[in-house]
Design a protein around this ligand. Structure first.
Ligand code: NAD
Length: 474
C-alpha cells in the first residue's frame, strides 16, 4: 500500500528530488525497510515555493465560500479513504490500527470544521469618531505558507495546518516529518483529486536540517507554521524572525496531571495511564508528570504501577528516539531516581520501551524538566494543592495540565493557577477537538493557537477598511 519510493508533490506532479538522493525509512515495529523518501534540498524547496507563489493569487481570488467547498470535498474524500489512510499511518508509525483510524477521523473533522468557515468567517464593523465613516475588517491571505510538522499524529498534524492554510487563500509547501512521509503525500494527492488546484498544496519531503531549514530560510515564504520540538522551534523563530516572516510555533510539553485526595482514584489511574502511555507517550500533551497528594500517594502509585506494568508496549518512532530515552533514564537513575516499572527494551525487533514510571530524585533533576516524548512518566508527591501547583508550574513548558478532584473550588483554583494553554478537570492531559483552539504558554509555543477559529488568525491577516461616504453625493 505504501509505494517503494515517496517522492515530492510539486504543482500537482510527483517528482523525485533534484539531487537524486533518498532516505531509508524503516518500520518501527521491526526495523525492516519500509520505503525510500525523497531527500530534498534547497533546489526542491525553491521550485515548490515558486509554483506556490504562482498558484496563490488565482486561488485567493475565489470566494471564501468556494474555497470552503473545496475543503469540504477534501474532507469527504479523506473520510471515504479513512481505512487506507489509517493503514498507511500504522505502517509508518507502528501504532495500533484503532488509534490511527481515530486520527484519520480527527483529520476529517478538522476539514469539516474549516469548510464551514467558508460561510462563517465573519469580520467586524467598527464605529468611528468621524462623521460618515464606516469601518470594517477583511481577512486576507498571507501568500505562501511553509508548513513543517512532527510525526506523532501524522494526519491531524497535516490537517491542522493544511486545511486552514488552504481555506484562507494561501498556497503551501508542506515539509512532513521524514518519519511519516507517505500519509502526508496521500493527503496532498487527495487534495488534488478534491479540486485544490496544482501548486496550492505542495509536499517537499526530506530531513529537517535540509528541506525544512531551506523552507524556513526562503525569502518568499511569508509564514512558517511549525509543530515540533522546542529546540527546533527556537532555531526557526530566530531564522524566520530575522527576515521578518510570520512564525507560528506549537512546541513540546512536560504536562502534569494532579491527583487530589478527594479524587475518584480508579478514574484518575485510568486517565493517567491513557494520557501517559497511549501512542507510546509520543504526544505533545502526554501526562509525563503525575503529581499526587500525600494522603493517596501510595495507593495511587501502586495501582498505576500495576496497570502500567500490564500494558503491551508500542514502538516509538525511531532507534535514535529510543536510544535517547534510555540514556536519559540511565542518567536519572545515576542521579538517584527510582524506576518503579518498565525502563527496559523488550527482547524483540523494533524500537520498544516498556511503559515506565519513575520517581525522580529531585524536582530540579534533568528528567523532571526535559521532554522525553515516549512512554515515561514521573511521579511526584505533594503536601497539598498549593505545593502541587508549584510542581506543575516548575517546568519550562506550559502546554496542558489536568486535575482530578471532586471539589469545584480546587478545580477552578487549579484552572486559574496552572501555567498551561489547556486545563482538563477529571480527565487526561491529552485530547483536543477541531473547534477548540490548542496551544501552550512558556516554551510550549509563541502564543498562537491551532485549530478553532483561532487558526484563521495564524493563516490570514486582518485588514481594516475605512469607507467614507460623502452625504452630498447621496
Ligand atoms: P522535531 O523538532 O525534531 O521535528 C519536527 C519537524 O521539524 C520535522 O518535520 C523535522 O524534519 C523538522 N525539522 C527538524 N529540524 C529542522 C530545522 N532545522 N528546520 C526546519 N525544520 C526542521 O520534532 P519531532 O521529534 O518530530 O516531534 C516531537 C516534538 O513535537 C515534541 O517536542 C512534541 O511535544 C512536539 N509536538 C507539539 C505539538 C503541539 O501541538 N504543541 C504537537 C505534536 C508534537
Amino acid at each position: 500500500m505504501i509505494p517503494p519510493e515517496i517522492p515530492n508533490l510539486v504543482a500537482g506532479q510527483l517528482e523525485p528530488p533534484a539531487s537524486g538522493a533518498w532516505i531509508d525509512k524503516l518500520r518501527p515495529v521491526d526495523g525492516t525497510p519500509l520505503c525510500r523518501v525523497a531527500r530534498s534540498r534547497a533546489e526542491d524547496v525553491d521550485r515548490s515555493v515558486a509554483f506556490a507563489r504562482g498558484a496563490q493569487p488565482a486561488w485567493a481570488e475565489r470566494t471564501a465560500v468556494a474555497r470552503g467547498e473545496v475543503v469540504r470535498e477534501l474532507a469527504l474524500l479523506l473520510r471515504e479513504r479513512r481505512v487506507e489512510l489509517a493503514e498507511i499511518v500504522v505502517e509508518e508509525t507502528g501504532k495500533p490500527f484503532e488509534l490511527a483510524l481515530g486520527e484519520a477521523d480527527a483529520a476529517v473533522e478538522m476539514g469539516f470544521f474549516v469548510a464551514g468557515e467558508g460561510r462563517r468567517s465573519y469580520g467586524r464593523t467598527l464605529t468611528s469618531s468621524m462623521d460618515h465613516r464606516t469601518v470594517l475588517t477583511l481577512r486576507q491571505p498571507l501568500g505562501v505558507a511553509g508548513l513543517i510538522m512532527s510525526f506523532n499524529t501524522p494526519l491531524p498534524n497535516v490537517a491542522w495546518k493544511a486545511f486552514p492554510a488552504v481555506f484562507c487563500g494561501n498556497a503551501s509547501v508542506v515539509k512532513p516529518s521524514e518519519h511519516t512521509p507517505a500519509s502526508a503525500l496521500r493527503f496532498a494527492e487527495l487534495a488534488l483529486e478534491a479540486g485544490v488546484p496544482p501548486g496550492v498544496l505542495n509536499v517537499v519531503q526530506g530531513l529537517g536540517e535540509e528541506a525544512g531549514a531551506a523552507l524556513v530560510e526562503h525569502d518568499d515564504v511569508d509564514l512558517v507554521s511549525f509543530t515540533g520540538s522546542a529546540g527546533t522551534g527556537r532555531w526557526i523563530n530566530g531564522t524566520a524572525g530575522r527576515r521578518l516572516a510570520k512564525v507560528c510555533l506549537e512546541l513540546g510539553g512536560k504536562n502534569a496531571l494532579v491527583v487530589c485526595d478527594d479524587a475518584d482514584l480508579d478514574g484518575a489511574v485510568r486517565w493517567a495511564i491513557a494520557a501517559a502511555f497511549s501512542n507510546a507517550g509520543q504526544r505533545c500533551a502526554s501526562a509525563s508528570r503525575i503529581v499526587v497528594l500525600d494522603d493517596v500517594y501510595d495507593t495511587f502509585r501502586d495501582r498505576l504501577v500495576e496497570q502500567a506494568g500490564a500494558l503491551t508496549p508500542e514502538p516509538v518512532i525511531s532507534e535514535a528516539s529510543l536510544v535517547r530515552m534510555v540514556a536519559a533514564l540511565e542518567r536519572a537513575v545515576g542521579e538517584g531516581a527510582t524506576v518503579l516499572c518498565g525502563g527496559t527494551r523488550p527482547d524483540r525487533l523494533g524500537w520498544y520501551l516498556t511503559p515506565t514510571v519513575v520517581e525522580p530524585a529531585a524536582s530540579d533533576s534533568e528528567i523532571a524538566h526535559a521532554e522525553l516524548f515516549g512512554p515515561v512518566t514521573l511521579l511526584f508527591r505533594a503536601r497539598d494543592l498549593g505545593e502541587a501547583v508549584s510542581i506543575v508550574n516548575d517546568s519550562p513548558y506550559g502546554l496542558t495540565a489536568a486535575i482530578h478532584t471532586a471539589s469545584v473550588h480546587r478545580a477552578l483554583r487549579f484552572a486559574e493557577q496552572a501555567q498551561a494553554g489547556v486545563v482538563v478537570v477529571n480527565g487526561g492531559t491529552h485530547g483536543s477537538e477541531p473547534h477548540m483552539g490548542f496551544g501552550g504558554v512558556k516554551h510550549s509555543g509563541t502564543g498562537w493557537r491551532e485549530a478553532g477559529v483561532e487558526a484563521l488568525d495564524v493563516y490570514s491577516d486582518l485588514k481594516v477598511v475605512n469607507l467614507i461616504v460623502d452625504p452630498a453625493l447621496v
